[in-house]
Design a protein around this ligand. Structure first.
Ligand SMILES: [Fe+2]
Length: 283
């Protein structure tokens, strides 16, 4: 298979930011990063216009595992199993499952599927999933029973609860994000939007989508002490780079991700999230 310019650029970046420094450190960078692990964090989000029947919805949000040299399939499987033990209502993976090359991801996707959440298990692909073989990443997820959203909406029901999850394919620019969110919204109302790129939030807010989940930024992996929003990703012009944001009545959560682009994190620990979604106070 011939690869794109983006693939070769990512390979070069990997060589300079991961492989090289790790070798120079005698393997210590990677070893230290692996012992730091991934934090499991719990966050309550109050969302205006959130459907009454979905009060207290428990959403497992995982993103940017970057399975490859910095995260093995087994490591990723253990991460998703820890999240699954909390018995979420819905599992949302906002992409970058793989770092560079696609591989056998079946054990990871099967562990994710085994969580068997009552309101569904969803994935949108990220830019790194697109580098090598996006069709294989998606096919492996679907083979395990995970719903891959491509500018579309999926409606799931559990008793009296109905949840409409929208998801868009990877888009780099705000205008490409805009078009994909609009396309997804054509197929029906969306309660919860999944987008790898947080830049989809402007259009989500314009359309009145209550909650968007995103990843992609990694919070730059290096942040100011006690100020996760002041980070390297922000310096690289990602205005919404880590944590919770609001615009009008819409809310966005940007996770700093479970995996890495390079084997170093400072004041920006890797995370997977259990989000509890509540109706806005006073509604
Ligand atoms: Fe990523």
């Amino acid at each position: 298979m011939s690869h794109s310019f983006q693939y070769h650029r990512a390979k070069l970046r990997h060589l300079f930011l991961t492989w090289g420094p790790n070798r120079l450190s005698g393997g210590r960078l990677l070893q230290r990063r692996r012992t730091e692990g991934v934090e499991l964090r719990d966050l309550q989000i109050h969302v205006p216009g959130w459907p009454e029947e979905l009060e207290g919805l428990r959403v497992a949000h995982v993103s940017d595992l970057h399975i490859g040299d910095l995260m093995t399939v087994d490591d990723a499987t253990r991460v998703i199993e820890r999240l699954g033990a909390l018995q979420p209502d819905v599992v949302c993976n906002t992409g970058d499952v793989v770092d560079l090359d696609c591989m056998d991801l079946s054990s990871f996707f099967q562990a994710s599927s085994a969580i068997n959440p009552p309101l569904g298990n969803f994935l949108v692909l990220g830019n790194h999933d697109e580098l090598d073989d996006p069709a294989s990443v998606a096919a492996q997820a679907e083979a395990a029973g995970i719903t891959v959203l491509r500018n579309s909406v999926s409606t799931s029901r559990d008793g009296a609860r109905t949840l409409r999850v929208g998801g868009i394919e990877w888009a780099r620019t705000p205008s490409a994000c805009h078009d994909r969110v609009s396309e997804a919204a054509m197929s029906g109302r969306i309660d919860l939007l999944l987008s790898h790129n947080p830049k989809a939030f402007d259009q989500a807010a314009r359309l009145g989508i209550p909650l968007t989940l995103a990843g992609h930024t990694h919070g730059g992996q290096i942040a100011h002490k006690n100020r996760p929003n002041a980070n390297l990703a922000l310096a690289m012009r990602h205005r919404r780079s880590a944590g919770l944001y609001e615009k009008g009545r819409s809310r966005l959560y940007v996770t700093v991700g479970a995996g890495d682009l390079f084997p170093l994190r400072m004041n920006c620990p890797a995370e997977v999230m259990l989000l509890r979604i509540h109706r806005h106070r006073g509604e």
